[in-house]
Design a protein around this ligand. Structure first.
Ligand code: AMP
Length: 217
């Protein structure tokens, strides 16, 4: 199963992508996580993208297209994956379409997550992550047992640089512009589109997605 999840930062798409990938035993490919790991490991790619990512701007299409092209062409992706955070632009969407044709892959579903902006800002400003595993907590909605410490491996939780309040607004604005055109692009193949009200609970959203994907199978 090959899936694309599109949603604003903080819309919960990453949480759902993880859950869905576990349910269907497919890979969870989060471009944000991949880039952060490159940055932490100080690779050439990490050094190239750090400036964009830390400031909340998009990494140029050329870099992203090459990165995703490499990853998706790997054998481990044949069985399926959830793309979380990709595509983010029409250029990326078009090149992904060509890549699917080249690899003879079928796109099963594109899932859009919609959520109110006030909730987003509240979620992002209370979000803390484990820099080693990417596990996410929220001060209000999903706090760790011991404040500032990961429940699973006791790593000190940090706030992502791009979750700082002055960067959040910019990221949301960028998202709005790009996601409008992505929605139009994917509307052309309506059967593949699933639109989710992401203001609902994690559990009910997950049930809706799983039901839809199981039904389509
Ligand atoms: P995320 O964790 O999905 O919010 O992504 C964090 C940051 O990684 C974004 O603000 C961008 O700087 C970069 N990024 C992730 N995915 C993409 C993408 N598909 N295109 C461009 N930049 C991306």
């Amino acid at each position: 199963m090959k899936l694309i999840f599109i949603g604003a930062p903080g819309s919960g798409k990453g949480t759902q992508a993880k859950m869905v990938s576990e349910t269907f035993n497919i890979l969870h490919l989060s471009t944000g996580d991949i880039l952060r790991s490159e940055i932490n490991s100080k690779t050439d790619l990490g050094k190239k993208v750090e400036h964009y990512t830390n400031s909340g701007n998009l990494v140029p299409d050329k870099v992203m297209v090459e990165l995703i092209g490499k990853i998706i062409s790997e054998k481990k992706c044949r069985n399926g994956f959830v793309l979380d955070g990709y595509p983010r632009t029409i250029g990326q969407a078009k090149s992904l379409h060509s890549l699917f044709i080249k690899l003879n892959f079928k796109l099963d579903k594109v899932i859009f997550f919609y959520i109110d902006e006030e909730i987003l800002i509240e979620r992002l400003s209370g979000r803390y992550v484990n820099p080693k595993t990417g596990a996410t907590y929220n001060l209000k909605y999903n706090p760790s047992i011991k404040e500032g410490i990961c429940d699973v491996d006791s790593t000190k939780l940090i706030r992502r640089v791009d979750d700082e309040p002055n960067k959040v607004k910019d990221r949301l604005n960028i998202y709005k512009i790009e996601s409008d055109s992505l929605r139009k692009y994917y509307m052309e193949d309506k059967d593949k589109l699933l639109e989710i009200d992401a203001n609902n609970s994690i559990k009910s959203i997950n049930e809706k997605i799983i039901k839809n994907l199981s039904y389509d199978d």
